[in-house]
Design a protein around this ligand. Structure first.
Ligand code: NAD
Ligand code: UD1
Length: 363
């Protein structure tokens, strides 16, 4: 049976790539997005790429009434919840907007899910919940702390999901902690389209290469790293999308186990019951490898044959020296691991950027 998934924030950067992966894996999808940081054009392009229409609903996850109509009209197996605001600097300037959108929005969604007994969720968390890690690579049991409202909003939602799992073991709450998503679909048709000057490294590099920005400022060259610049775990967005499919497949397997278990226990004895409840399940999605800013800039210039002028600038407030994942849990539980290299990330980013110098906006 084809399972149907509600994809909140499905018009966004990671959501649009995940819609393609879900379709390819045989899932039905309904996208729910208020287009606050995305455009209808992304959905049009996804529909072209998969050669099938996409059910798109323009709506806000804080709008319980509208969400109820969507849940009443569809039988969902689960929800992938991408919808959220993600700019760290903006979150410092507008904390209430971030808590309202990211935390209240998630609570509203969970309430509606509970009412309709849809209790499978894949939530977009972030490596930002690990703060400045004590040890590397970072595994899922590392201590969590955050220093800005965006990160706090992710951490608060994680705590809410943990409490929810304790309150009722019907909930299956896979919390994917993304490291640094970059890259674009191989077609060059969809990719990251920042509204303003990018804050993140890869879109900044590609806008310098395409001539929209003059030069990159590298924030700090005195970190205790291989070359003094910050080290991060870059992960191709297509790999990330595959991680969401793997998470859903895991939830389906657990649901099947629970059904079989129930059938067995009807005829045998309760003592053989296996606990198939997933509960709150945090999983890192990263490559497991760290790359420095200079390494990424050099790789980008080499593989795209574009020059990327840069200058060294002071460290950015809130930045840490190094951050990379242990991806062992994703491998063990989801049978997922990153496949695509830094070269793929650079080539695909450049294809998207050079084919769409103004993103989804034609002028
Ligand atoms: P994005 O901004 O491209 O996508 C988010 C989508 O959610 C957008 O289409 C936006 O219009 C929509 N949205 C926002 N608030 C909404 C609301 N209240 N109701 C309905 N739709 C709403 O961001 P992305 O990079 O695709 O990130 C997706 C998720 O992953 C976000 O929750 C983000 O915090 C998280 N995340 C992203 C990164 C990253 O580097 N891109 C890293 C870690 C975690
Ligand atoms: C940032 C956010 C993090 C969020 C993540 C994904 C901060 C402090 N952290 O992570 O909460 O989850 O994005 O959205 O904003 N760099 C430059 N020049 C630039 C841009 C970045 O040198 O113009 C460097 C940074 O100092 C860092 C690396 O590049 O060492 C990666 O930066 P970025 O892409 O912004 O990601 P994070 O800082 O890891």
């Amino acid at each position: 049976m084809q399972q149907k998934i509600l994809v909140t924030g499905g018009a966004g950067y990671i959501g649009s790539h995940t819609c393609i992966a879900l379709h390819e894996a045989g899932y039905g999808i309904v996208v729910y997005d208020n287009l606050t940081n995305s455009s209808r054009e992304a959905i049009n392009r996804v529909a072209q790429l998969i050669d099938a229409p996409i059910e798109f609903i323009e709506g806000d996850v804080r709008n319980a009434e509208q969400l109820r109509e969507v849940f009443a009209a569809h039988q969902f197996f689960g929800v992938i919840h991408f919808a959220g605001l993600k700019a760290v600097g903006e979150s410092v300037a507008k904390p209430l907007m971030y808590y309202n959108n990211n935390v209240s929005g998630t609570i509203t969604l969970l309430e509606v899910m509970a009412d309709y007994k849809v209790k499978n969720l894949v939530f977009s968390s972030s490596a930002t919940v690990y703060g400045d890690p004590e040890t590397l690579p970072i595994d899922e049991s590392s201590p969590r702390s955050c220093t800005n409202p965006y990160g706090q909003s992710k951490l608060m939602v994680e705590h809410i999901l943990e409490d929810l799992a304790v309150s009722d073991d019907d909930w299956n709450l896979v919390t994917l902690r993304y490291f640094n998503p970059v890259g674009a679909h191989i077609s060059g048709q969809i990719g990251e389209d920042p509204n303003d000057t990018p804050n993140n490294l890869m879109p900044y590099i590609s806008q310098v290469a395409v001539g929209k920005l003059e030069k990159l400022s590298i924030f700090g060259n005195d970190y205790p790293t291989v070359d003094g610049t910050g080290v991060r775990d870059y992960i191709h967005v297509v790999d990330l999308a595959a991680g969401h499919v793997a998470a859903l497949q895991y939830l389906e397997q657990q649901a099947d186990l629970a059904t079989n278990d129930l059938a067995t226990n009807d005829s045998v004895t309760n003592s053989s019951a296996i606990n198939t409840s997933v509960g709150f399940l945090p999983i890192n999605l990263g490559s497991g490898k760290g790359s420095s800013v200079l390494e990424l800039v050099t790789a980008f210039s080499e593989v795209t044959a574009q020059s990327v002028p840069y200058q060294f600038a002071p460290r950015r407030a809130g930045d840490i020296a190094s951050c990379y994942a242990s991806a062992d849990k994703a491998k063990a539980l989801l049978n997922w691991q990153a496949q695509l290299s830094i070269t793929d990330m650079c080539v695909d980013t450049w294809r998207w950027q050079s084919m769409n110098p103004n993103g989804y906006c034609p002028t």
